[in-house]
Design a protein around this ligand. Structure first.
Ligand code: NAD
Ligand code: DAU
Length: 341
């Protein structure tokens, strides 16, 4: 592994991963390949913008010619695919781009890996592919995939293609399924950065339904370490869950966040729930722990640290929230918030 193509590397987790890899593996060249959708942001990569071992290519993973050209130009031996449309609520409003990138785009990258004989393809996936998990159970990697939102289905489609390329062509592939990541540079449509930035501005926090849905909030750097470990020690053809072991109801997450930011709980507004909302995800993480990985942050530490980052980095999110985001916010929350009063 020497020249790594990080697709979707201008997004939240991808950018954190690039920064992490440049710190921990200075011997690797990192080439970010990203379409720069609304969620892609070169501000996330400012810390490496002058680094001679980092390069940026603007491109779509569904564009086979552009993908091959980038692989050849930079003599790529490894692809790590973070590129996806990632917001469940947007997938409910308009699923098209989710399928195009998550399914067709993944196919294009796998074909390029096969055709050009790359050393490794790694797919970044999600706990959402397992669907809602009843209390008392947790998902292991061999469980059936039962996605329930268009987003989750597009990710499951990608996972199935990765597995098919391993079985059919013996492609050297690995896959990680992460839980809810939080931390620096997360687009403020996702619950934690949305709530943190609304709270900073004394705006209401739109909590879906009863707020008792459960998530494993994970600090993004812990996820990056896990991906790094799987890249170096993972077995080809295998998937690895990357959760935390800390489950939390959304209402508790909001409460910690408000306390950290010193804002009143009266900012919470229970609004109409997300259609098909998965109540709970829960990952069994024994397999990756056997490789030697442990989460370094509890959910509470991750939430507090993230809240502080948004309080200290208004330069990053204020310009996002003042742009196209306003129309999105009105479409997603306007009616819901008015009804909740
Ligand atoms: P994000 O929305 O912040 O970033 C996605 C990035 O992909 C953006 O930079 C965007 O421009 C790029 N992109 C989108 N379509 C593209 C295309 N067709 N071609 C090239 N680039 C494209 O997402 P994120 O939260 O950083 O998630 C990254 C990956 O991790 C995704 O695959 C997601 O499914 C997975 N994941 C996310 C979480 C989470 O909690 N955020 C948890 C588990 C897994
Ligand atoms: O579980 C991993 C997944 O986590 C990733 O695969 C997705 O890309 C990522 O977006 C995230 O999905 P969620 O739907 O769980 O994340 P989100 O931040 O949108 O919501 C977290 C929880 O908070 C969820 O139960 C829905 C709820 N929520 C969300 C929003 C945006 C609210 O109550 N109000 C909101 O306004």
């Amino acid at each position: 592994m020497k020249n790594i193509l990080v697709t979707g590397g201008a997004g939240f987790i991808g950018a954190n991963f690039v920064l992490y890899m440049r710190r921990t593996h200075p011997e690797y060249n990192i080439i970010v390949y990203d379409k720069l959708t609304y969620a892609g942001n070169l501000d996330n990569l400012l810390d490496v913008s002058d680094d001679p071992q980092y390069h940026f290519v603007k491109g779509d993973i569904a564009d086979a010619a552009a993908v091959e050209a980038a692989i050849k130009q930079f003599d790529i031996d490894t692809i790590i695919n973070f590129a996806a449309e990632t917001h469940v609520d947007r997938s409910i409003m308009d699923p098209d781009a989710f399928i195009q990138t998550g399914v067709y785009g993944t196919y294009v990258l796998l074909e390029a890996t096969r055709k050009l004989g790359l050393e490794r393809y790694h797919q970044i996936s999600t706990d959402e592919v397992y669907g809602h998990i009843p209390h008392g159970q947790s998902s292991v990697e061999t469980d059936k995939l039962e996605p329930r939102s268009p987003y989750a289905a597009s990710k499951a489609g990608g996972d199935l293609l990765v597995n098919a390329y391993f079985i059919t062509y013996g492609l050297p592939v690995t896959l990680t399924r992460g839980s809810n990541n939080i931390g620096p540079y997360q687009y403020p449509e996702k619950a934690v950065p949305l709530f943190a930035t609304n709270a900073i501005d004394h705006q209401p926090l739109p909590l879906y339904g009863d707020g008792r849905q459960m998530r494993e909030y994970q600090y993004v750097e812990d996820h990056c370490e896990a991906i790094d470990l799987v890249l170096h020690k993972g077995v080809s053809g295998e998937a690895y869950n990357v959760g935390t072991g800390y489950e939390m109801e959304n209402i508790e997450m909001v409460s910690i966040l408000l306390d950290e930011l010193k804002r009143p709980h009266s900012l919470i507004r229970h609004v109409e729930d997300r259609p098909g909302h998965d109540r709970r995800y829960s990952l069994n993480i024994s397999k990756i722990m056997d490789l030697g990985w442990r989460p370094r942050h509890s959910a509470e530490e991750a939430i507090r640290k993230t809240a502080r980052w948004y309080a200290q980095n208004e330069w990053w999110w204020r310009k996002i929230k003042s742009g196209e985001f306003r129309q999105y916010y009105e479409a997603q929350y306007g009616e819901r918030l008015r009804k909740s009063q």
